[in-house]
Design a protein around this ligand. Sequence first.
Ligand code: FAD
Length: 329
Amino acid sequence: MAKVLVCGWDTQADGLAPGVEETLTLGRKLAAALGAELGLVVLGSAPPDAARVAGRHGASTLETLADPKLAAGGSDARVEALAQLCQAHAPRALLMPQTFDARLVAPRVAGRLGVPIVMNGIDVDVENGALRVTATAYGGDTHALYEIAGDGTALVCVSTTALRAEPAPEPRTPVVEEFPVDLRTVTERIRVLEPAKTEGPRLEEANTIVAGGRGLGAAEHFAWIEQLAEALGGMAGASRPLVDDGWVDASRQVGLTGRITRPALYIAVGISGASQHMAGCSAAKTIVAINRDADAAIFRHARYGIVGDCHEILPELIRAARAHRAGGS
Ligand SMILES: Cc1cc2nc3c(=O)[nH]c(=O)nc-3n(C[C@H](O)[C@H](O)[C@H](O)COP(=O)(O)OP(=O)(O)OC[C@H]3O[C@@H](n4cnc5c(N)ncnc54)[C@H](O)[C@@H]3O)c2cc1C
């Protein structure tokens, strides 16, 4: 039987990759259209919830690819392991959430196997037997539709921020098995001497984010963003120019080339709303924008907007948020 596989791992997270459930939802749709079987694949040992998540989304198998070289997190081992998996199973499609790791590894797997790959995928379908992938293009400004010729394996990296995870109507109990990889010949060509350390919670997991942009005007004004975030019990984020100019650490960057977030509340301060920034926050439940330009693009995305100078508004908001917190309500 044909297979559709979803690879759900993230070396930066302790468990399954963020977005794996949304990717499984797409995988299930594709498997149904192809009359194929859906399987979840995990590099390294499976996190405790992997079988439950796989079953909830209708996967019939959970395969773990176990090898000490995979645990080390190098990309050469991961490329080789996924290539061996694809050669053994010849899945019709291998889908993975588009995490930092996936961006690094997936194109190399496709190159190694000489098979097509589509990045930024948001939908998959089958028409007249051909695989069709809808992907965002130009930083989310438009959509591109790819039709993949032939019936070989195709890789799809899924941009999951705007997708919803929908469990299968009938959950299954997946067969859990280990796929034997042979990584003896793999030597990592790049060795990480000191991994970047991000202390505390990650932006991707924050429920409230206050993000500052170039409209702050000066590096020292980012302190307002941190103070408001703290008063609201959230985290501080930033647009890319603030990272490029060295005002804040790269781990704070929200957007296409930064962190993809989905908080309940996203407060964008002095941020214009460029598509590349919105790619990292448009899945927020509620966006509040503070911008002195009433025509700024960010207001098209915001549920609430304040038109005005953030230098005047931020100190007031910080005072109000602190007072609210101190009041215990
Ligand atoms: C390939 C590629 C990838 C990219 N990836 C990312 C990414 O991951 N993340 C990202 O953020 N960007 C990314 N960018 C850059 C992106 O295109 C924008 O240039 C960037 O998001 C703009 O940042 P900004 O909104 O802070 O600055 P600006 O566009 O300069 O906007 C500043 C805003 O502040 C407002 N403002 C000015 N003064 C005040 C004030 N006193 N009070 C209130 N408002 C004020 C202005 O009206 C304006 O709307 C990428 C670009 C490319 C080409």
